[in-house]
Ligand binder design. Sequence first.
Ligand SMILES: CC(C)(COP(=O)(O)OP(=O)(O)OC[C@H]1O[C@@H](n2cnc3c(N)ncnc32)[C@H](O)[C@@H]1OP(=O)(O)O)[C@@H](O)C(=O)NCCC(=O)NCCS
Length: 129
Amino acid sequence: MPTIDERIANSTTRIAKLVFPGQLTHHDFLFGGTALQWMDEAAIITGTRFCRQRLVTASLDRIDFEKGIPAGILIELVGKVIKVGNTSMQVQIDIYIEQLYSEERELAIQGKFTLVAVDEERRPTPIDR
Ligand SMILES: CC(C)(COP(=O)(O)OP(=O)(O)OC[C@H]1O[C@@H](n2cnc3c(N)ncnc32)[C@H](O)[C@@H]1OP(=O)(O)O)[C@@H](O)C(=O)NCCC(=O)NCCS
């Protein structure tokens, strides 16, 4: 049986995307709601890979939009389980922006998601350990 630390390492998820002009707001940065959708999806993938159970998003903690994300660059979402409770877990999602034609990379958005494992009746159920 893998240890919790091994399960966290194995479930850590990286998703790279290109940002296109059609995803920008009138201020020429990526729409925050689009970023949140990508973050929620990355959180569910990360959590599911950790426990292989049905998960729902219970809450989003503070989300920090530290840098605007322009078009024509690469972003990478990195999801990692940071806390495992009884039926819930916390997953941190960081979004990095990365230039296409240089190694330059910086943190743009950070947030924490609480996910709850549910059974077939959508009732909270313990996370397998
Ligand atoms: C999330 C949900 C299953 C919780 O059900 P509930 O009966 O209120 O849950 P409980 O009070 O028994 O708490 C269960 C766990 O969730 C945690 N939790 C519940 N609501 C929470 C919230 N708003 N924020 C953080 N944690 C929360 C509890 O702390 C508890 O954690 P623990 O077992 O690790 O100690 C229920 O509210 C729900 O189904 N919400 C809708 C989810 C949804 O539609 N998400 C979007 C699409 S995936």
